[in-house]
Design a protein around this ligand. Structure first.
Ligand SMILES: [Fe+2]
Ligand SMILES: [Fe+2]
Length: 303
């Protein structure tokens, strides 16, 4: 297939980058609640003109909390997926084994990182923000699908993470530096994960029958639908968290407008940015041109 990704190259990059959770959060390194956490392109709350600037920021920070929790949730199924795949390859190429175990180790570290940021958020925000779950149920549902189907969903997640940082965060000077640092460090390691997941998928697709490939694309759509149901529920939680945090009495139409904006923002953040990523689409098209067409047809609902 047409890329120059290799296990050796990904491992070398990963070993150069390696950072520690303790270097990024804790001690003097705190979230600054006078600043927004999420880029406007993902938060999508600017059009809510009935909010004051401070209310806009509060809603943006609630979306930041949701981002931490959502990644905590998806990393919980990525980790066992990678560990299971690595286990089946242990007698293979040395670089492959090491790169896959490094990938798993990084995802375990990311789970820890997102948890630490959530603790900092909860300590500084002043109000509790609800979040969907539990992660155990999400993991059970997602991993009940075939490795190829789950692998497509994970490739979507890895590429969307890169896009969030490059398009919305990298050159953004308005965001809280701490939150920005989280997204940067996550991006640095996810850059290798996109390559490794592509290699995993290519190998799985090569060994799969046409029927198994068709099924995998159906499973990808099922996992997307499952996440979208979670997004709808989380939208309600976010709006309620906003009301609790600000004490603002929203009129019916204001509440509807906020619900619509948060839903649109979340769908774009977790579904649209992945489903329309050119590199994600290039890989799925190589596996199945028909599968890629199905994704193209679904995408507008989330963009
Ligand atoms: Fe990650
Ligand atoms: Fe990752």
């Amino acid at each position: 297939m047409q890329n120059n990704y290799s296990y050796k190259g990904a491992l070398e990059a990963s070993e150069r980058i390696g950072w520690r959770v303790e270097d990024i959060i804790g001690g003097e390194k705190r979230l600054d609640f006078t600043k927004p956490f999420m880029p406007a392109s993902l938060a999508q709350t600017k059009q809510l003109s009935f909010l004051t600037e401070s209310e806009q920021r509060t809603l943006n920070q609630i979306r930041g909390h949701e981002y931490l929790a959502m990644f905590g949730l998806v990393e919980e199924f990525i980790l066992p997926y990678v560990v299971d795949h690595a286990r089946s390859q242990l007698s293979g190429d040395d670089y492959q084994v090491r790169a896959l175990l490094q990938f798993a180790g990084e995802e375990a570290k990311h789970i820890h990182l997102f948890k630490r940021f959530r603790q900092e958020f909860e300590a500084g925000f002043g109000n509790k923000c609800d979040f969907i779950g539990p992660a155990e149920d999400v993991k059970r549902f997602v991993l009940s699908h075939s490795p190829l189907g789950v692998g497509i969903a994970i490739l979507h997640i890895e590429w969307m993470t890169l896009r969030h940082y490059i398009e919305g965060v990298k050159d953004n000077q308005d965001l809280d530096p701490q939150f920005k640092s989280l997204l940067k460090h996550h991006w640095l390691e996810e850059s290798q994960h996109t390559k490794l997941d592509t290699l995993i998928l290519e190998a799985l697709a090569e060994a799969a029958t046409e029927k198994e490939i068709d099924q995998a694309f159906q499973e990808y759509a099922d996992i997307g639908g499952f996440l979208d149901n979670g997004i709808k529920q989380q939208t309600e939680f976010n709006v309620e968290s906003f009301v609790q945090a600000t004490g603002r009495n929203l009129s019916k139409s204001e509440r509807e407008a906020m619900t619509a904006a948060v839903l649109k923002g979340m769908r774009w953040t977790y579904l649209g940015t992945g489903m329309t990523h050119p590199n994600f689409l290039a890989t799925v098209e190589q596996i199945s041109p028909e599968g890629k067409k199905q994704i193209d047809a679904m995408a507008p609902m989330f963009c």
